[in-house]
Ligand binder design. Structure first.
Ligand code: PA5
Length: 434
């Protein structure tokens, strides 16, 4: 497994406080392993890396290869929430934020809002490009992706004809429920199944993530293998050796005993922005119920030190930070010395230091400033590198953590009843037929 380290030295927590929950965590985990407890019908995510059928992996890779061979330039991924964030998180985590790099095709995300401006911009963007569509919706009824799908499907059909278009449309949805599966069967689209027992925010290791990952050229077998070895370790009932569960307990103590209402997750890598968005959904939808739960917030440092830094340092003491750093950057470069007469930026003092080294020094300086001077507890999680295995590992780390954390709060971590309220109001006004 790619190594993950966690450090609570600056978290204003004693390891003894954490280990006092060893029996409680063991009890919760054992129940979970027996598929008992609230929400146990949605525990499929924890065995995904072990249960994935090699034939399904092969089919995903074959479909992606067909698109590469056909010269498809852009994959339009249509989805929202759990059917979008994990895809974007994984691609940016491994390949970085910019098109080009090693990506085998460009990817654009739609159906993640109802912004008319965004939709028109993206329709115009693909109009003259060779594009394919992956529409992702477990329920098959979510309005945002459904609107986008109708628009992009029409554009593709108008461009290459209905009969050809069906070879470039891929539907990732429930095996039998919802409108999307019926439409996909009727039109003859290639279909990928989201298992019944896996909720949206836990679905990144199903075809929801795996098909777009394969399309852009990520090695999906490596992602699965990273998640599998992480699951063996982070599924253990032994709190003393299980870092994911230690993290769950630490944030539980900071929230319920030390009364912090907000957890801010921070990364020093800009390409983690969507990983942090994925994390926010995972924790917000899992824990924010029965008027309980930490508010998950996120920031990229040092970027946001220039906007949020003042508040974190000296503002109200409402938050603790969980900091992610990468041990080995994907790329690095060194600062260089200029002749003294050209040292107009006065940066010669950095000569021979690498940029990653400077980023690490900023991290050390900030963690001390925030925790020691600003009295903001800091948990530090270190990830090995940018690889597919590391992505699979950190996904499983947080999925395991949120399950324990939710059960410690005595809520069902696997439902999201509150998401329906705005939809009911909206559909009433839109006069959606029942
Ligand atoms: O976690 C969740 O369940 C939600 O965020 C869903 O993923 C999101 O609402 C999209 O739902 P669907 O995949 O059914 O379109």
């Amino acid at each position: 497994m790619k190594e993950i380290k966690i450090n609570f030295n600056k978290a204003n927590l004693d390891l003894k406080e954490i280990f006092a929950y060893a029996d409680k965590v063991k009890e919760i985990n054992e129940k979970m392993e027996k598929f008992e407890g609230e929400g146990s019908a949605f525990l499929g995510w924890k065995d995904l890396p072990n249960n994935i059928n090699p034939k399904d992996v092969q089919r995903i890779e074959d479909c992606a290869k067909k698109l590469h061979n056909d010269g498809v330039e852009v994959l339009v991924v249509i989805g929202i929430g759990g059917s979008y964030l994990g895809v974007r998180a994984g691609i940016d985590f491994v390949f970085g934020e910019y098109p080009g790099s090693e990506k085998k095709m460009e990817i654009i995300y739609v159906g993640e809002s109802i912004s008319s401006t965004s939709l028109v911009e993206k329709l115009k963007y693909v109009e003259n490009k060779k594009f394919a569509i992956n529409v992702i919706s477990k329920s098959g009824t979510t309005l945002e992706p459904a609107i986008a799908f109708r628009l992009f499907k029409k554009m593709l059909e108008d461009k290459i004809g209905k009969n050809n278009a069906k070879d470039y449309i891929f539907a990732t949805t429930d095996a039998s429920k919802g409108l999307l599966i019926k439409l996909a069967e009727k039109e003859g689209y290639e279909r990928f199944v989201i298992p019944d027992d896996v909720g949206g925010r836990f679905s990144v290791l199903t075809p929801v993530g795996l098909f777009p990952f394969a399309c852009v050229g990520l090695n999906i077998k490596k992602i699965i293998s990273g998640a599998k070895s992480a699951n063996d370790i982070f599924g253990s009932s032994d709190l003393v050796s299980n870092l994911a569960y230690q993290y769950a307990v630490a944030r539980y103590i900071l929230h319920t005993k030390k009364k912090y209402p907000v957890e801010m997750i921070v990364s020093y890598e800009t390409c983690h922005r969507f990983f942090l968005e994925w994390w926010k959904q995972l924790f917000a939808e899992s824990e924010g119920k029965n008027e309980k739960g930490l508010l998950p917030h996120s920031a990229i440092f040092t970027t946001d030190l220039h906007s949020l830094g003042q508040f974190i340092q000296e503002g109200s003491k409402v938050l603790f930070e969980t900091i992610l750093t990468i041990k080995k950057p994907k790329y690095d470069l060194k600062m260089f010395e200029l002749p003294q007469e050209e040292n107009n930026d006065n940066l010669n003092y950095l000569a021979e230091k690498s940029i990653h080294e400077i980023n690490n020094i900023a991290f050390d300086a900030t963690i001390d400033a925030h925790s020691l001077v600003g009295r903001v507890p800091n948990i530090h999680i270190s990830i090995e590198d940018y690889s597919e295995e590391s992505f699979g590992t950190i996904v499983m780390f947080f999925e395991r953590a949120v399950a324990i954390s939710g059960y410690l709060l005595r809520i069902n971590p696997f439902n999201q009843p509150g998401v329906e309220v705005y939809k009911t109001n909206m559909f009433k006004t839109l006069k959606k037929p029942i």
